[in-house]
Design a protein around this ligand. Structure first.
Ligand SMILES: *Cc1c(COP(=O)(O)O)cnc(C)c1O
Ligand SMILES: [Zn+2]
Length: 406
């Protein structure tokens, strides 16, 4: 039995195909490449039940992942994060079957670890010695650390005002860290030049085909955790959209394998009102987005003014009868507090955005009260120490606790 049933890479725009032994980046037409598997062979050799006894990491789905030889796997135990029922918050917003997929419990504290684990493992397998990437913070931290574990050198460029915690993670990993006075798009230009000048492997979002395969495992896990039943709705905080494209791809693969039944869930791309190019394109019925000028949001993980894979995100929304929703930063922070107080979980602002969207979509009738709804919390709140504002009077020093009896 094979460890992976990867067959080839293909271009979703021009249908060109590529070999998986090469260090492939974009298609010659400029589109991202996707991985195809020999699903008929998987079907003959593996059943969904075979998975249950395997290790609780994303590598339990190795047949549907691109790494051919197990010894190339670079792992920190990532994946199989909990799918937690949120009864109290659900009842607060009249969504009886509300779940949170909690990516806060993963190495590096965000789901970027999934993309990094699979992307770095595959990079190792195809002989990459040095990779380079721009980042808003979380991806750089994950790739820097996984590259360190793999013995691959990394060059990571991030905006000066990316969160200091992620900058420190990158620096500590031994990566070559460069700060730019600008946005992630400026960091991207610097990486593009370095990739050409020094012949580096470009690990920018969707410029290598394997990160998406790592993020796809969120969709595989949600299905397995719901006993191979599809939920009705999945909401995802969308920046580059890799996670959403990945979840869509995963569910289609599972359907082809016959491991899940029923309709695909309606996929929802949630963005910040301060950076909502996908929402705008969806509202206008377009197939591609336009660059969002002067983007601004405290949810820095979804501050992406123009995504290379925007057409794949929009395809996923149209294909599943999904939608796109923008929420403002204030609603995110309010929802973040509700989740902490009602469910005991300190989630990141991006994750909080998905709950703000559930609330609104229920109010306007797009989500029915009895539907099964899964919201992705893409990271832990602990990585965002500055988004929480503590009331000044709480910070006053006291020698005794005085309280009024109720
Ligand atoms: C990167 C990131 C996102 C957005 O992920 P994409 O797959 O690029 O859309 C969401 N939340 C957090 C915490 C992130 O770091
Ligand atoms: Zn192409």
């Amino acid at each position: 039995m094979k460890y992976s049933y990867i067959s080839h890479l293909y271009c979703p725009k021009c249908d060109n195909t590529f070999d998986t032994k090469e260090q492939n980046q974009l298609c010659t037409c400029g589109s991202p490449l996707l991985v195809d598997y020999d699903l008929d062979e998987v079907k003959k050799n593996v059943t969904a039940d075979d998975l249950t006894s395997r290790e609780p990491t994303l590598w339990r789905y190795h047949e549907l992942l691109p790494v051919k030889e197990q010894f190339n796997v670079v792992s920190l135990g990532e994946g199989m994060t909990p799918l937690i029922p949120f009864r109290e918050l659900g009842s607060d917003m009249t969504v009886e079957n509300l779940y949170m997929k909690d990516e806060g419990l993963i190495p590096t504290g965000t789901f970027k670890a999934r993309g990094a684990a699979v992307g770095v493992s595959k990079a190792k397998e195809i002989g990459v010695k040095e990779l380079a990437m721009p980042t808003n913070g979380n991806a750089g931290a994950a790739w820097g650390l996984y590259a360190a574990r793999a013995g691959i050198e990394s060059t990571i460029v991030m905006p000066n005002d990316a969160p200091k915690i992620t900058r420190n993670e990158v620096a500590l990993s031994g990566a070559n860290l460069y700060l730019v006075n600008g946005l992630i798009s400026d960091a991207g230009k610097i990486v593009g030049k370095a990739v050409k000048d020094y012949n580096l492997y470009d690990a920018s979002t969707l410029k290598e085909p394997y990160r998406i395969e790592g993020k796809k495992t969120m969709g595989l896990e949600i299905s397995e955790q719901l006993n191979w039943e599809m939920p009705d709705v999945i909401l995802y905080p969308t920046g580059g959209g890799v996670g959403l494209i990945g979840i869509h791809k995963a569910l289609k693969e599972l359907k082809e394998l016959g491991w899940v039944k029923g309709e695909l869930p309606r996929l929802v791309a949630v963005q910040s009102a301060g950076c909502a190019p996908i929402v705008k394109a969806w509202e206008e019925g377009k197939r591609e987005s336009e660059f969002w000028k002067d983007s601004e949001t405290l949810a820095f993980g979804i501050n992406v003014p123009k995504a290379l894979g925007d057409f794949l995100v929009l395809d996923a929304l149209y294909d599943t009868d999904g939608c796109a929703a923008a929420v403002d930063d204030e609603s995110m922070v309010r929802e973040q507090e509700k989740v902490a107080q009602m469910e005991g979980n300190f989630i990141c602002p991006e994750g909080a955005a998905t709950f703000a969207a559930v609330r609104r979509l229920q109010e306007n009738g797009w989500i029915n009260p009895n539907e099964t709804v899964v919201a992705l919390n893409t990271g832990t709140g602990i990585k965002y120490p500055d988004t929480v504002q503590v009331e000044p009077e709480m910070l006053e020093k006291e020698d005794t606790i005085s309280r009024v009896e109720k």
